[in-house]
Write a protein that binds this ligand. Structure first.
Ligand code: UDP
Length: 322
């Protein structure tokens, strides 16, 4: 594999004020690129981009990608990270979530085509649904309930992948697709309802840890810096893999194990409060990352035992500022 040269690029990042988007912006700014951050601020936050909002190579456009977008300067790359991503957030307005993935991705693909820009789509391990294959390889077609409460996200992202590969086959854009597994780190929203943010904030506030179901379901947690490194590799690798690539940390934990680790690392001993398991909640999830290793020379470097303390410290500081 080779990687495109290091010349500075103009990169449009949709969802650039979100958790992942803001780290992506920051990393590319540090590498010398120019960033056009597009965000509706539905789930993104101004706080996430505050440390580089005045950077001379950073431009912010407030815009919902469900509406067509024109940009008055040349673009080299378009990255689509725009979509609510935690179950409570994406279920709050399910129709808008689905439209963001379908209509929004279509709008951004057309923008990339017009500018002859390379395109990176943030897809998700959710396209595997409640998987019958473990760990999940990219060729597994998934097990998604298309009428359930997660469908707005899962089916939206599946349709977005279909659009991406049609644009690629039709030679309308140089498209790459990453399937992102659970990612955590600084700048997660404390109230996004995800497991890491919930458990850490509950422990720090001395509240009971909410565990849905028996807590024996598993997830694999990737630290945000590892994920961004893999995504930039996929965006810039030659040749185009022309197939989706999983990115995630294969270290697999039950929710009970995660709760124990949070208790240890925060030094707070709080009771557990069991709540019903949400409908269609995947029972297990772990990425097979052989493709990322081979095609991108990538592997995660930060184990949960290292990334979680950094995340806890960030939440601790953020709660002082709030
Ligand atoms: N979960 C939990 N307690 C919480 C939040 C989530 O037990 O307070 C469980 C949830 O049911 C799922 C797992 O933790 O099995 C991961 O949930 P999350 O919302 O972080 O992401 P998902 O991978 O389901 O999209």
């Amino acid at each position: 594999m080779t990687f495109a040269d290091q010349r500075p690029r103009t990169v449009l990042l949709a969802g650039g004020a979100g958790f992942l988007g803001s780290h992506f912006c920051e990393t590319l700014l540090a590498q010398g690129d120019r960033i056009i951050c597009v965000d509706s601020f539905l789930t993104g936050s101004r706080n996430n981009i505050i440390s580089f909002a005045n950077h001379p190579r950073f431009r912010l456009i407030r815009h919902d990608i469900c509406n067509e977008l024109e940009v008055d300067e040349p673009l080299d790359e378009v990255v689509n990270l725009a979509c609510a991503a935690s179950p409570p957030r994406y279920q709050a307005d399910p129709v808008h979530t689905l439209m963001t993935s379908v209509v929004g991705t279509h709008n951004l693909l057309k923008l990339a085509e017009k500018h002859r820009a390379r395109f990176l789509q943030a897809s998700t391990s959710e396209i595997y649904g409640d998987p019958a294959v473990h760990p999940q390889t990219e060729d597994y077609l998934g097990n998604v309930n298309c009428t359930g409460p997660r469908a707005c996200y899962d089916e939206g992202k599946r349709a977005a992948e279909a659009l991406c590969f049609d644009f690629l086959r039709l030679r309308r854009a140089d498209v790459r697709v990453v399937r992102i597994f659970n990612t955590y780190g600084p700048r997660m929203q404390p109230d996004d309802g995800r497991i890491v943010s919930n458990l850490v904030n509950q422990a720090l506030n001395g509240e009971p840890l909410t565990i849905y179901g028996d807590g024996e379901q598993t997830r694999s947690f990737c630290f945000v810096s590892d994920l961004i490194d893999g995504m930039i590799r996929l965006l810039r690798v030659e040749p185009n893999p022309r197939a989706p690539v999983n990115l995630g940390n294969p270290g697999e934990f039950t929710i009970n194990q995660l709760a124990e680790l949070v208790t240890q690392l925060t030094g707070r001993s709080v009771p557990v409060l069991h709540k019903p398991l949400p409908q269609d909640d995947p029972r297990m999830r772990r990425p097979d990352i052989s493709q990322a290793r081979t095609l991108l020379g990538w592997k995660p470097r930060v184990p949960l035992e290292e990334g979680l303390p950094q995340t806890i410290e960030w939440f601790r500081q953020a709660s002082k500022v709030a």
